[in-house]
Design a protein around this ligand. Structure first.
Ligand SMILES: Nc1ncnc2c1ncn2[C@@H]1O[C@H](COP(=O)(O)OP(=O)(O)O)[C@@H](O)[C@H]1O
Ligand SMILES: [Mg+2]
Length: 243
């Protein structure tokens, strides 16, 4: 089943936030494992308030078996598995094999990928069946995302759209993304609850599934699950009024 990559040009745009919340919501559609494929700045475990003793790096080094590094989490009504990472510059030879073997067991494998275009980002991207590029409604973030899209176009990987994160009604950013990169797969608002979730170790979509931002993740999850859904961009006033 699909390996879904979450990538970006610029760092800090919300890939880990999207990977975690999308994975929680996707669990409504099938069995999900979310993998911290950002081996340079891994922090997926932080958002899940997990302190892993065993990680992907131990599997890469043949110290433990894959199942020993996968943690089963139950958050609210949601169940998902997570394969965390720790920052360590080790050989990635077995990475593809590990991710492919997860595909046999799960309906969705979500990969949180490092920013940019170095080998630590490009190699995980190549293992994906489809990828989403995360941007913020800022010109620099969109310009960097264009470069990533160009590289993806040369790979045998489907580009399934851009996720605009931290959206506050900037319709100009939607137009710019559509013109320069491609279609919009998701629009995720700027959300105080997401920020607090990071600080306090909770996942908004699991703890507050009725929140507007969780609904936006649900639209994205339907898209990732294969439905033809297109998020509707809203303007500043609707953002403020919470439409
Ligand atoms: N939709 C959002 N609303 C508010 N804050 C957000 C949102 N998405 C991300 N953030 C903030 O941005 C920070 C960086 O997000 P993160 O997911 O770690 O980015 P990346 O994985 O791309 O480096 C988070 O710590 C969080 O505070
Ligand atoms: Mg990250």
């Amino acid at each position: 089943m699909p390996i879904v990559g979450i990538c970006s040009g610029k760092g800090g745009v919300g890939k880990t936030t999207i990977s975690a919340n999308l994975s929680v919501t996707l669990s409504l559609f099938g069995k999900v494992v979310v993998v911290d494929g950002d081996v340079i700045l891994p922090n997926l475990h932080t958002i899940f308030a997990l302190e892993p003793s065993v990680t992907l790096q131990d599997v890469l080094e043949d110290k433990v078996s894959l199942k020993d590094a996968v943690y089963a989490l139950k958050i609210g009504d949601f169940s998902i598995d997570i394969l965390p990472s720790r920052s360590e510059d080790i050989a990635m030879d077995k990475f593809i094999e590990i991710v492919y073997s997860l595909r046999d067991v799960y309906d969705f494998v979500v990969l949180d990928i490092a920013a940019g275009l170095n080998k630590y980002a490009v190699m995980p991207m190549m293992t994906c069946d489809k990828v989403y590029i995360v941007v913020n409604p800022e010109e620099t973030s969109i310009v960097d995302a264009c470069k990533v899209k160009k590289v993806i176009d040369k790979m045998d990987v489907k580009f399934d759209g851009v996720v605009i994160n931290r959206y506050k009604g900037e319709k100009w950013a939607v137009a710019m993304v559509e013109k320069r990169i491609g279609n919009i797969a998701g629009i995720i608002r700027e959300s105080k609850a997401i920020k607090r979730g990071w600080e306090e170790g909770f996942i908004v979509t699991a703890v507050k599934p009725e929140a507007k931002v969780s609904e936006e993740f649900y639209v994205l999850a339907r898209r990732v699950a294969g439905e033809n859904v297109y998020p509707k961009p809203y303007g500043k006033i609707k953002y403020i009024l919470r439409w």
